[in-house]
Structure formats: C-alpha cells, structure tokens
Design a protein around this ligand. Structure first.
Ligand SMILES: CC(C)(COP(=O)(O)OP(=O)(O)OC[C@H]1O[C@@H](n2cnc3c(N)ncnc32)[C@H](O)[C@@H]1OP(=O)(O)O)[C@@H](O)C(=O)NCCC(=O)NCCS
Length: 195
C-alpha cells in the first residue's frame, strides 16, 4: 500500500473503506491500536507521578475516565490522517500495554510529532527506543512523511537519549518555553528528515 493512500483520507468522510491502522512488530514488541478495554491499564500506568512530571500535558493525578476518553479519540484521528497512536505491548502479552507511542500528523506539511511514555516498571529495557525506531520507519516508509520531530523538557535527558539513539538530531533549545506545575521549563527540540 502506498503512502499516498494512507495520507489521502478525507477526515469528513469516515467510512468502512478507511484503511485500518496496522500492527507494527519488532523483535520484542507489538505496536497495535489501543482498544477501549485498555483503558484500565492506561489509567493505572498513568498514575505514576514521574510520567506526568516529564510530559507536557499528562496531569497528576491522572483523572478518572481520562484514559477511555483519550482512547476513543484515536480511530477518528487515524482515519482523518491526524494521528497514528499505538499501544506498546510485549510480544509475549499483546493484550496488556506497557506504554504508548504516537505520531501527531500535520498532513499539509507532511511532518509529524513523535510522543511516547513507558510504564515505570518497564523503563531501561530499550523498549521506547525499539518502539520509536519502528514508528519512525513506519512514518517515513508507509505514511510518506518528510520530517518527524519531537520535543522534551530539558530536565528529562532520558527522552533525549531515546531520540539520539534513533538517529534524531538536536534542532533547538527554547528557554522557559512551557510552564509545568508552576515552573518554567526549557524545552529541547529534535528532528529527523527523510533522506
Ligand atoms: C523517557 C522514557 C519514555 C524512556 O523509556 P525507556 O523504555 O526506559 O527508554 P530506553 O530504555 O529505550 O532508553 C532510555 C535511555 O535513556 C537513558 N537514561 C535514563 N535516564 C537517564 C538520565 N537521567 N540521563 C541520561 N540518560 C538517561 C538510558 O540509560 C537509556 O540510554 P542507553 O540505552 O544509552 O543506556 C521513559 O522513561 C518514560 O516514559 N518517562 C516518562 C514519560 C516521558 O518522559 N515521556 C517523554 C516525554 S517527551
């Protein structure tokens, strides 16, 4: 299937003809669309204060019901070529997500923003790097994107490490760019362009 077919969705015409979001498989992981049944697991993983502290928009405590609402936005966004959001699962248990990863797509500019989080119990195993590499490959080769970018708070070097490991380069450092929990934080921007 060509990337033109993927990016030619008309967001105003959701139909059964829309191309379903595929699963992506790596050596250890399966990236699949979230199911509504995942809401309880997402709700549980996102109670972690460290995840909220290091992401720009996740609240703490994570509000009751927020996971279900979030998951229910995914299909329409996929069909409208606005986003490709995946549950990260271990190949040994594809029913229980250990994290999330996604591309927020700007179809006009053929670019996308990469975002992710991994449940704290699974940190440090290389899972985020493995999932991010697979999603960037998908974004370039299947969605036909020209550029993929990401940003993170300067106080979160692990995220920068992930982006460097998948071949992204630093593009900028914005001082006091966002306010998180009452503190102005520097934000670092990374990107990679399809060659
Ligand atoms: C950032 C996050 C996604 C990384 O997930 P992960 O699966 O543990 O990542 P990986 O194991 O693939 O790689 C992490 C790398 O960061 C490194 N790292 C961890 N803590 C670090 C620190 N304080 N300083 C520098 N590097 C650090 C690890 O050593 C590893 O690099 P290495 O393979 O060269 O040793 C995870 O910690 C997380 O979900 N954090 C909270 C949410 C978040 O920050 N999301 C991103 C918002 S932009």
């Amino acid at each position: 299937m060509s990337h033109d077919e993927y990016l030619s969705f008309d967001s105003t015409e959701l139909s059964e003809e829309a191309i379903p979001q595929p699963n992506l498989t790596t050596e250890r992981l399966t990236l699949r669309p979230f199911w509504e049944a995942d809401a309880e697991q997402v709700q549980s993983l996102l109670q972690c204060r460290e995840i909220a502290a290091n992401t720009i928009s996740i609240e703490h405590p994570y509000p009751a019901g927020a996971a279900r609402i979030w998951i229910n936005t995914h299909q329409k966004k996929w069909q409208g070529s606005e986003a490709a959001i995946f549950a990260i699962c271990e190949n040994t248990n594809t029913h229980t997500p250990v994290g999330a990863i996604g591309l927020e797509i700007n179809a006009k500019h053929e670019n996308a923003e990469l975002g992710y989080w991994i449940g704290e119990s699974w940190w440090g195993r290389g899972y985020c790097t493995e999932a991010a590499q697979a999603l960037v490959d998908f974004g370039f080769s299947t969605l036909g994107l020209k550029k993929i970018h990401a940003h993170f708070m300067a106080k979160n070097p692990a995220s920068g490490r992930v982006l460097r490991k998948i071949g992204m380069e630093k593009e900028g450092h914005m001082k006091s760019h966002i306010k998180k929990w009452g503190i102005f934080e520097d934000v670092i921007f990374f990107g990679t362009v399809r060659s």
